[in-house]
Write a protein that binds this ligand. Structure first.
Ligand code: SF4
Length: 538
């Protein structure tokens, strides 16, 4: 009798030099990559129980030919920043004679780029995976399976196969409570992929997932990867008290981070519930200090409010904010550099992800730019010879403002924000604002970050970054004397600066090259350089 189907799940590697890969930070804390893959281990749980499943995450381990040769079928897929590696994985598997099924957000948005895969599973997998399995078991060896948009009932999503993860390789483990976001930001692909009506799991379901992680022995940081945790406020307000009770009963084995829209700051009850449920960090998309730009890009929830005060209210609830900012919107009429820097300083956000606008495939923005004939050729292609995310590769379309001005603004912003002194200054202001008096003081026992003490981490940080020594030492002293409860987060952010400081210098150097390319008269350029010039970074 033939053996049951053997499936090798391969999580492709992300391109290097991205804001989020925190490479040096991972080395500091003795892990290999920040986040564990959630999508593939959720798909693993949808496969027939008789099938044998293995997982290789290319971000934390080697993929050997023997792994591929073991499998009857390879399943892979990911985001746009994994595209080059994903396509490489498909080729490698084919060379070894193995069929490949690809799924996830990038193939869903750009299926034409993945024609080499034997199977494409487009959209959310829950409702169509059974069709794919049936086709495979009938002996079919190619096909496209496309989900109806936004129809999946996430209360039927199975428990992710957390047992497939090697916990000690990651900074944090991911769970998902809801999908979708009610807002309409023009540049966002979330609402195209997951819709505008947030769908939530049941409280029992998500607590069972946390329970499973707990029983498997995981302790520490868990990230709710929801597109917007508070997209359905009514539901999350019913969930958070149960989460608090679950944590209390187990002596707080986890502490949480997530993404939320800024209207979180308007709701004191919700902020309190999150504090009590041991949330310590929130990512918020702020994008721009300019209300006209926010309105033009349909980020209406950020208009008609004092954003700085909103961020400080979240600090008052004991959670620090990391935030996204974008340069290159059509509505920018003049330099935005000074205003952006001042705004981020006023907010006191140390970890500000400032990037260039990137027209992701499958967004309202990309459709508009296509209609206006402004998209650069290959706008959705991540070339394997280039690295980086929107910070390096952004503006993949003909901008309204001169490209040179946008790039100059961008390099100026990074130069101002990421000097050690400026970064340390924001850390000190965060110390003044972060009220941890109602939050748990200690991280969970067994948290990976406790492998070494804060003092040891600090010494290693300044040994790696002698140029930051004085500013960081002063900040440590200041925080220890004024807000010792915030100290471990300040050290954590200094650890992240270990990645972001050098990355920002790399981005600035790349911007200088791009600006120089703008300044070179096109007719004097060789054809290859003309191509690079025409597509800016493309
Ligand atoms: S708030 Fe965030 S997730 Fe929601 S539409 Fe805007 S960018 Fe997308």
């Amino acid at each position: 009798m033939a053996h049951p189907c053997r499936v090798l799940l391969i999580y492709p590697g992300f391109v290097p030099n991205t804001f989020w890969n925190y490479q040096a930070t991972c080395e500091l804390f003795g892990v290999r990559y920040p986040a564990a893959p959630l999508g593939l281990i959720t798909v693993a749980a949808m496969l027939p129980q008789a099938w044998e499943v293995r997982l290789i995450d290319r971000n934390v381990e080697e993929l050997h030919d023997e792994d591929i040769l073991w499998a009857d079928l390879v399943m892979t897929g990911g985001m746009i920043n994994q595209q080059p590696d994903c396509l490489g994985v498909i080729d490698r598997c084919h060379t070894l004679g193995k069929p490949v099924a690809v799924g996830g957000p990038d193939v869903t948005s750009s299926p034409h780029l993945y024609r080499s895969a034997d199977f494409q599973v487009l959209g959310e997998a829950e409702d169509i995976i059974k069709d794919f399995i049936a086709a495979w078991e009938r002996g079919e060896r190619f096909g496209v399976f496309e989900a109806q948009k936004f129809q999946v009932d996430v209360t039927t999503t199975p428990m992710p196969r957390y047992d497939l993860l090697k916990f000690d390789r990651y900074f944090y483990i991911c769970v998902q409570y809801s999908r979708g976001c009610p807002f309409t930001c023009e540049f966002c692909d979330i609402i195209e992929l997951y819709g505008r009506v947030p769908r939530t799991k049941t409280n029992e379901q998500i607590l069972a997932e946390l329970d499973y992680l707990y029983r498997l022995g995981y302790r520490g940081h868990v990230d709710f990867v929801d597109d917007n945790l508070i997209g359905n406020k009514k539901a999350v307000k019913k969930f958070l008290p149960e989460l608090k009770a679950w944590l209390q009963a187990r002596d707080y084995p986890f502490e949480f981070s997530t993404e939320a829209s800024i209207n979180l700051a308007d709701d004191d009850a919700l902020l309190r519930m999150m504090t009590e449920a041991n949330f310590f960090a929130v990512f918020v998309g702020i994008e721009s200090p300019d209300p006209e730009t926010l309105a033009a890009t349909r980020k209406k929830q950020n208009t008609r409010r004092d954003i700085v005060a909103s961020i400080h209210r979240i600090y008052g609830a004991g959670m620090f904010v990391t935030a996204g900012f974008i340069i290159g919107f059509d509505s920018e009429r003049q330099s935005v550099a000074d205003a952006m820097v001042q705004f981020i300083e006023d907010c006191a956000i140390p970890l500000a992800m400032v990037g260039l606008l990137y027209a992701l495939p499958n967004t309202q923005l990309t459709r508009r730019l296509a209609k206006e004939g402004r998209l650069y050729q290959g706008h959705d292609v991540m070339r394997p010879d280039r690295s980086g995310d929107q910070c390096l590769l952004g503006i993949n379309f003909e901008p309204k403002r001169p490209m040179r001005d946008i790039l100059s603004d961008y390099r100026q912003i990074l130069d101002n924000l990421y000097s050690p002194e400026a970064f340390a200054g924001r850390l000190r202001r965060l110390c003044d604002l972060l009220d941890r008096s109602n939050s748990r003081r200690r991280p969970p026992k067994g948290d990976i970050k406790l492998r070494s003490g804060a003092a040891e981490h600090f010494n290693r940080i300044i040994n790696h970054l002698p140029e930051a020594r004085t500013a960081f030492q002063e900040t440590m002293r200041y925080c220890a004397s004024t807000n010792p409860r915030a100290l471990r987060f300040i050290v954590l952010m200094m650890g992240i600066y270990l990645h972001l400081g050098p990355l920002s210098r790399h981005v600035i150097a790349t911007m200088d090259d791009r600006i120089a390319a703008q300044d070179t008269p096109r007719l004097l350029m060789p054809p290859a350089a003309q191509e690079a010039h025409a597509g800016a970074a493309f």
